[in-house]
Design a protein around this ligand. Structure first.
Ligand code: SAM
Length: 448
């Protein structure tokens, strides 16, 4: 799961809110979200729960009765942004003491420490605990008038809707805080996932993205152990669905059964988010990843043998404790060999409480940055070459939105495509002939 997203749930109806103490019928909320797709899904689900309680979205935090900061701590830089945001709310809260402030997400660990550090925060909600958030709001904030909420529970703000299949994580990667904050892996029942996806599709979604930190572990904790492949089949059959995606795959857990299901189910996109993290066996071992570089490359080959059109994206961490220049070269070697469609690369960031935090963070920041840039430069060359092969080809694009005067959408292989056309293409599948390619996006024109 990549962690570059910073979003807010903005208003469809912007109203100046009254302070919460003497609130009229239009109690409003504002959600600020940073982090991975799971956080974005949590924000969407929190918004739906609040709207079911009668809240309406505010256009800006200054206008809201209830402000939710949905946090990420996967790297220090994300945590710093969250802390900055919380500090800025201190002044807002001083001016408008009736505003309720809730901190949700992966910063929510030791509650006593958080209460002492952020006394202006009224409540803390653990990641994904949307039910807990709704229960607290109902019990502690005056009820807004019902029946004026703008959103049905399943209204989808985008043609592509993310649905958590699994909460938490069942892996023990030594650098990662996610399991410590989100808890062990917990699968949702297939019926619950299908019901949520069906509601989103009725609300306008065309694509469903099933989420899990290690989606291949789906179902292992449920009665009858339904597999990810079975879940894909069930969601695939929902009427009105155009596309189905899933992420994140774990190289040690991805099964041939899932590869087979993707090959058999036409709406499932053959796009794989398959984090490798390093190309060096010793670093992989110390990261606790559970596979070798050769095993990873063999898996990539197995996917491509069955599904030659696949696109594969990966995550890489550079500068893990003790990573030598030679070990880093092994990562570049692996990226050259695997020839992947995207690489999300990050400098190692010490996360207190993780096993790796006990190791010496001995790669200097300038060297981490040098390695990060080397990965970016290599990957740019690789993806430029991969994308150039699409020139003149026709691709099917699910159109998401208008962006700077152009329609923006994605191919099944997750390539970003822009085109201009007078018709309203939002949420529709367009056949586009590619006229220009580059490493980050493609340009084209609608066929026919
Ligand atoms: N579950 C996925 C996996 O198997 O790796 C991804 C989880 S994590 C939320 C998303 C990405 O953040 C990881 O793939 C990793 O590259 C990055 N990440 C996690 N911990 C990190 C750390 N301490 N420093 C730098 N990057 C980190």
């Amino acid at each position: 799961m990549n962690t570059r997203i910073e979003t807010s749930i903005a208003a469809r109806n912007v109203q100046r809110a009254l302070p919460i103490t003497d609130r009229g019928p239009r109690a409003t909320y504002y959600i600020w979200t940073i982090g991975c797709q799971m956080n974005r899904a949590d924000a969407r689900r929190a918004a739906a729960a609040l709207e079911a309680l009668g809240y309406q979205p505010a256009g800006h935090a200054d206008d809201a009765d209830l402000i939710i900061v949905n946090s990420c701590v996967v790297r220090q830089s994300a945590e710093d942004k969250v802390v900055g945001r919380l500090h800025s709310l201190r002044a807002l809260k001083k001016g408008r003491p009736g505003t309720a402030v809730v901190l949700m997400g992966c910063l929510v660990g030791d509650l006593d420490a958080l209460r002492a550090r952020f006394p202006h925060v009224d409540h803390f909600v653990r990641p994904s605990d949307v039910e807990g958030l709704a229960a607290w709001v109902e019990a502690n904030l005056p009820s807004p008038l019902r029946g004026e909420g703008t959103g049905a529970r399943g209204e989808s703000p985008s043609p592509s809707a993310e649905v958590p299949a699994m909460m938490g994580c069942d892996r023990h990667c030594t650098y990662c805080l996610v399991r410590l904050r989100r808890g062990p892996g917990r699968s949702r029942a297939p019926e619950e996932i299908v019901a949520e996806a069906a509601e989103l599709i009725r609300g306008g979604a065309r694509e469903i993205v099933l989420l899990g930190q290690n989606i291949d572990a789906y179902g292992r904790d449920l009665p009858g152990r339904p597999s990810l492949a079975e879940l894909l089949r069930r969601v695939h059959d929902i009427p009105g669905l155009a596309r189905l995606r899933f992420l994140t795959s774990h190289p040690a857990d991805l099964s041939d059964e899932v590869i087979q299901a993707v090959a058999e189910l036409p709406k499932v996109c053959s796009h794989w988010e398959l984090p490798v993290q390093s190309g060096d066996d010793e670093v992989l071992r110390r990261m606790g990843r559970g596979y070798t570089a050769a095993e990873f490359l063999a898996l990539v080959e197995r996917i491509r043998a069955r599904l030659p059109e696949s696109s594969i994206a990966t995550d890489v961490i550079v500068g893990f404790p003790g990573e030598t220049a030679e070990q880093f070269e092994h990562t570049l070697d692996l990226l050259r060999a695997a020839h992947m469609d995207a690489v999300h690369v990050a400098c190692y960031s010490v996360r207190p409480g993780t096993p790796a935090a006990r190791l010496t963070d001995d790669v200097p920041p300038e060297e981490k940055e040098r390695r990060r840039q080397a990965v970016e430069a290599l990957q740019e060359e690789i993806v430029d070459e991969i994308n150039a092969r699409l020139l003149g080809q026709e691709v099917e694009v699910l159109v998401e939105e208008m962006h700077k005067g152009k329609w923006k959408g994605r191919t099944a292989t997750n390539k970003l495509v822009f085109f201009t056309h007078p018709a309203d293409w939002r949420g529709r599948l367009a056949t586009v002939r590619i006229t220009k390619t580059g490493p980050w996006s493609l340009q084209g024109e609608v066929c026919g």
